[in-house]
Ligand binder design. Structure first.
Ligand code: FE
Length: 242
């Protein structure tokens, strides 16, 4: 069928007229998103760190949906709430660890402590995982695991059991205390900075928001899969030597 020259002209006219308008609109939306991000940074001294890998990088063990909520809603929420709570107080401008130390075990500062510690814990948690992680570690950390737990298999069993046994929300940590690797559990937002129970080497989040969309109530299965496939032993090695 032969196309009408009039229709063709109208079509070309529309493309010519509206393409720049659409491009300007898209650019305005991007700029608005950028300015929202800048507002979030300017509103306080604590910043949500960039996510260290793609949101689907830990699949199938941790889904993109879980990571999207966990990082984009929970972690971001702690950062925003912390900035709101420290604004105008003597804690503004201090580092995250200083805020945790100054507010730990003080019932009147529980809100600031919980949000500061949760920001620290999640910063540490994302780095404790890696798309190329898991399995038996090599290097100095591998030797320390064998020396202090008897074998890698014993470590896996004790680490996953400790995480499963933590009642309610909390964290399971590998720490170095007095030259020895130990597994410790903390409740809610508590961590080795507030508890002074060793130098943090690795952590796994055992709050339900870390696994419920993927594993429902099967926390033990989640922990075993994470230890087997995602533990970032390079990060552990760096922490051992820091
Ligand atoms: Fe979490």
């Amino acid at each position: 069928m032969k196309k009408s020259p009039v229709l063709l002209i109208v079509f070309i006219f529309n493309i010519t007229l509206f393409s720049p308008i659409l491009a300007i609109k898209a650019e305005a939306e991007v700029n608005q998103e950028r300015s929202l991000a800048m507002e979030e940074i300017k509103s306080g001294s604590f910043v949500l760190p960039a996510f260290p890998y793609a949101e689907d990088a830990l699949e199938p063990v941790i889904s993109a949906k879980t990571l999207s909520f966990h990082y984009g809603k929970h972690h971001r929420g702690y950062v925003n709430k912390l900035n709101e709570l420290v604004s105008g107080t003597e804690l503004m401008g201090l580092g995250l660890e200083e805020v945790i130390e100054k507010t730990a075990a003080q019932p009147g500062k529980a809100g600031i402590f919980n949000n500061a510690a949760q920001v620290w814990n999640h910063n540490f948690y994302w780095n404790s995982l890696s798309p190329k992680g898991g399995g038996k570690p090599a290097g100095e950390i591998g030797k320390k695991i064998e020396a202090d737990f008897g074998s890698y298999e014993n470590f896996v069993q004790q680490f996953s059991e400790a995480g499963t046994a933590q009642f309610g929300s909390g964290w399971v940590w590998l720490v170095e205390d007095g030259g020895t690797l130990k597994i410790v559990k903390t409740a809610n937002a508590e961590n080795p900075v507030s508890q002074k129970n060793g130098k943090a080497i690795l952590v796994l989040d055992v709050w339900e928001h870390a696994y419920y969309l993927d594993y429902q109530n099967r926390r033990s299965d989640h922990l075993k899969a994470v230890i087997d496939k995602l533990i970032n032993w390079e990060f552990a090695e760096k922490n051992l030597n820091r």
